[in-house]
Design a protein around this ligand. Sequence first.
Ligand code: KQY
Length: 369
Amino acid sequence: MPAADGFRMPGEFEPHRGCWMLWPKRPDNWRENARPAQAAFAAVAAAIHASDPVTMAVAPECYDEARTLLAPGIRVVEIESDDAWMRDTGPTFVVDDSGHSRAVDWRFNAWGGSLDGLYWPWDRDDAVAGEVARVEGVERYRAPFVLEGGAIHVDGEGTLITTEECLLSDGRNPDLTRTRIEELLRAYLGVSTIVWVPRGVFRDETSGHVDNLLHVCAPGVVALSWTDDREDPQYERSAEALACLQAARDARGRAFEIVKMPMPGPLFMSADEAAGIEAADSGMSRQAGERLAASYCNFYIGNTRVVFPLLDPAHDGTARGLLTKLFPGREIVGVPGREILLGGGNIHCITQQVPVSGNGTGGANGNAR
Ligand code: KQY
C-alpha cells in the first residue's frame, strides 16, 4: 500500500513535472465528430504547456490530426481510450520524501458501471492509468476499488475532500462501507482526515464529483461553487457543502477559509449543440435545453499558471478576479470551456498533473498563499 511504503498524494498546487491529457474523439459525447472539442482541448493543452510540459495521449488513428492541431512542443503518445477524461482514467501520482514517484491505478467503470455508468465498454479507459505509468516509468499500485481522480481533492498535508453522492454511490463500490472506503483512501493516498461533503453540482453526470463543486487551492483554502439564488437547485447543494466545510477541521486542525466562486449561467445545451451529437446506446443523455453542470472551480493549477474555463461573459471576470487573489504567484489564464462542458466536465476533468517527487515543501511555485 502506498502510505505504508511512505507515499502520499501531493496537493495540486505543489510543483509538477508534467501534465497528461487525452484526445477527444467519441461522437456520442463530442458534437460534430469531436472537431470543436479537439480545438478546445488543443487550446487547453497550449495554455498549460506554457507552465507544465504536456503529454497528449491519442488513439493511433488520431495521431496525425492531433499532431497537426497541437502546439509543437507538446508530446503526443499513442494510447487507446474510450473517452477523454484523464483526471478520471489516468493514474493518481503519489510521492515519497526520498524523491520517488509511483502511480495509483484505480478501477474505472464509467462513473457507475452497469447501474448508471455512462457507456460500455470501458476497458480501454480502465487501462489508461497503467499505460501512463509505463510511459512515465513509475511503479504502479492497482487499487481494488472504483474511484476517479475527479472524486477526490487533497491538500497534500493529510486532508481529503470528497462527496457522499459520488463515493457512496451504488454504481461504484456497493460492497464497501463508508468506513472501509475511508481506510482504503488512507492506505492509498496517505491521508488522515476525510471530509465528506454531501452532494456535488446539480445534474453532474458523474454522480457528484467533488472537482466540479470545489477546488483545494492551498492547505486550508477552498474555492466553492456558489449561487445566491435560492430558487436554483444548486443553492441547497452549495449551502450544505458550505455548512459542512465550515464545521470541518483539516488534518492540521485548521478551519477552512472558503471562497465563494459564482456559478456561471445557469447554462443549457442549445438545439444546435444537441443536434451535433450522435445518438448512442449509452447512458449519456444529450438533450436540447438540458441544464449543464457548469463550474468555474473546474480549473487546473499549473506551476506558473492557473488555467480556468471561460463559460459566461457575465461571470468570467469575477472568476478571474477571485483566482487572481487566490493565486497571487501565478498567471490566471482563461480558455473557452463550453465545448468541454458539453461533454460533461471541464479543464480539471481533462488533465492530470505529474508531481515533482521530493519533500513536498512546495518549492519556488509552491502553495497558493
Ligand atoms: O468530472 C469529471 N472529472 C469527468 C466528467 C466526465 C463526463 C463524462 N461524459
